[in-house]
Design a protein around this ligand. Sequence first.
Ligand code: GLY
Length: 350
Amino acid sequence: MKSIQAATYLVHFQEKAYQELSKLVDTSNYSTIFILVDENTFEHCYPKFIQNLATNIRIQVIEIESGEINKNLETCIGVWNAITELGGDRKSLLITLGGGVITDLGGFVASCFKRGIDFVNIPTTLLSMVDASVGGKTGVDLGVLKNQIGLFANPEMVLIDTDYLTTVSEREIKSGTAEIIKYGVTYDVHLFNEIKENKNLNINDLIFRSIEIKNEVVLEDPKEKNIRKILNFGHTLGHAIESFHLDSEDKENLTHGEAIAIGMVCESYMSAKLLGFPSEKVKEVKEVGIYNKTKLLKEDFPAIIELLKHDKKNVNGQVNFVLLNDYENYKLDCKVSEELIVESMKFYNV
Ligand code: GLY
């Protein structure tokens, strides 16, 4: 598979990616290589990874606890302390080996440590392969509020090895599929149709095309002033729903993809009501059915709407949605009444 040229770095695939990583570490004079893992990626991914990294440079592994609940500044402080105690300096390299929490948090930790050290992303979940590891967004949550603290910073390279997907659950694969559907409905309807029809899907091709799309969008609008906002389709309400579940002790957490899949159903419904997005397409988005069957309870709607007020796209307290006129045809910064938001959540439930 050929590599993809992103802004200042390349996304490499499979065996070639390991060769490129070994080349990078050979030629960059790094003092120490820190590898950020969680308990799952340390057990299931690290053994393969380390076998494929040819270097004599000192390697130190730093492990954090998995889960969105740990994607916070406290964990970052733990990692900064560990790097410091292990002798990290400006010529250290941080390799992130994990899902979206590890790549987002690791990129943020690296970008702030001594005003920035190099980092390399090695995503091990479908979601982090097709979305989180590419595009330069790094950061952590603030309480349950998603990705409130962070900065744009690019890795030195991204290494995609789809073998790592054998280490994750079916639920995690579905979570990543939600992001691929997002690329499909907003940017490339063929991709959406392939998932919808579920015929001879080649995961490597789906991943490659998703990264190509994300990269095209990010190259055009790296700081999300315009078209990059389409990558938030389903995320405005989806993030609020995800945060709500994270915050509720009596509710099971949703994966990111499950939450944004619900968000995409609701935001498709809003699109139909406000922009004439065809109702049969709303049905299609709903029928792809990759959200889990969680119902949104009527008594929870006010708390979810309250959480919307913290969305990063808001300006002057006004919530801004990305909606669709049609597939591949979007409208940015749409205002939606509370009544319609509630109606859309009711629509998702039936
Ligand atoms: N995950 C959305 C973006 O990277 O812009």
